[in-house]
Design a protein around this ligand. Structure first.
Ligand code: SAM
Length: 283
């Protein structure tokens, strides 16, 4: 199961690697990815199931197809190159577009609506928690001040608000601001937490979970999840007999996150921040 179909690069490799009796299941929130992939894989010899859903709902997707469990789950997190490069989606500060940022444009609220619903402390929390912005209160107050007199609807409005406060804003900071908004709009970290639990539940014994993340917030969640699931009994040492009944659920395949090689980065700059972690279910 590929829980993040995107442009289908990984999915097509999975299909190629499967025998004719294999089943490939692809999920994405983005309707564009779903319709493109349905056309692309229409004539493959393996059974292909493609569903528009969140990977946090993978259990219901499996259930609706009468599938009890799978041999592997891949989550390649974040946004696809196609989403970033499409100016109409509002994911990038490099294009002037309405600040939407929804992976599923039919669900939830666009970023500009969320921005107008947050008070300053809430916005500061988003900037701090999801963008790790230094002095988030100053930035939140600058954005709020701008929004009181002018509409804050597009990426260029956001740029103008920040430039009014800071002068030139470094691309690294802009990426962080846009990352923070995107994570909030799509509830990405909550989805990831739920998705990891569902992935583990959906795997067969010896099945593998592979997660590629692109920033430290995601990677920390994945790392901690695998570490916690790898741990057996968590009773305090003074308890003579185990009462928690916790057993290790997985074993790590790679101790450290796998990073792309210089060669891979040279061919694909967007891979530069990727971290891949992998675990095998042991129960
Ligand atoms: C980095 S791209 C995946 C690229 C893909 N592996 C490929 O080879 O082209 C991430 C994709 O995951 C989707 N996505 C992000 N969070 C999701 C979620 N919670 N549920 C389903 N899809 C999600 C996005 O819409 C995007 O298409």
């Amino acid at each position: 199961m590929d829980g993040t179909l995107g442009g289908g690069g990984h999915f097509e490799e999975i299909i190629r690697a499967l025998g004719p009796e294999g089943t490939a299941i692809g999920i994405d929130k983005d309707p564009e990815s779903i319709s493109r992939m349905r056309k692309r894989v229409s004539s493959t010899p393996v059974t292909v199931i493609i569903e528009r859903a969140s990977f946090s709902e993978m259990d219901s997707v499996l259930r609706s197809h009468g599938i009890g469990s799978v041999d592997g789950v891949l989550l390649d997190l974040g946004v696809s190159s196609r989403q970033i490069d499409d100016p109409s989606r509002g994911f990038s500060y490099r294009h002037d577009a309405s600040l939407d940022m929804r992976m599923d444009p039919a669900a939830g609220r666009p970023a500009h609506e969320m921005l107008s619903s947050w008070d300053e402390p809430a916005l500061a929390r988003v900037l701090s928690d999801f963008g790790e912005i230094r002095n988030p209160e100053r930035m939140a107050s600058a954005i709020a001040r701008y929004a009181r007199v002018r509409p804050l609807h597009s990426s260029s409005d956001m740029l103008a608000a920040l430039e009014l406060e800071y002068g030139t804003v470094r691309p690294k900071v802009l990426s962080k601001v846009f990352q923070a908004l995107r994570i909030a709009v799509n509830s990405e970290l909550d989805e990831l937490q739920t998705g990891l639990v569902k992935a583990l539940d959906s795997l067969k014994r010896n099945g593998r979970l592979v997660v590629v993340s692109y920033h430290s917030l995601e990677d920390r969640i994945v790392k901690n999840f695998i570490r916690d699931q790898e741990r057996g009994c968590i009773c305090p040492p003074e308890v003579p007999v185990c009462t928690c009944f916790k057993r290790a659920q997985v074993k790590r395949i790679n101790r450290k996150a796998i990073r792309p090689s210089q060669e891979e980065i040279a061919g694909n700059r967007r891979a530069r921040s990727a971290r891949l972690r992998m675990a095998e279910k042991v129960v």
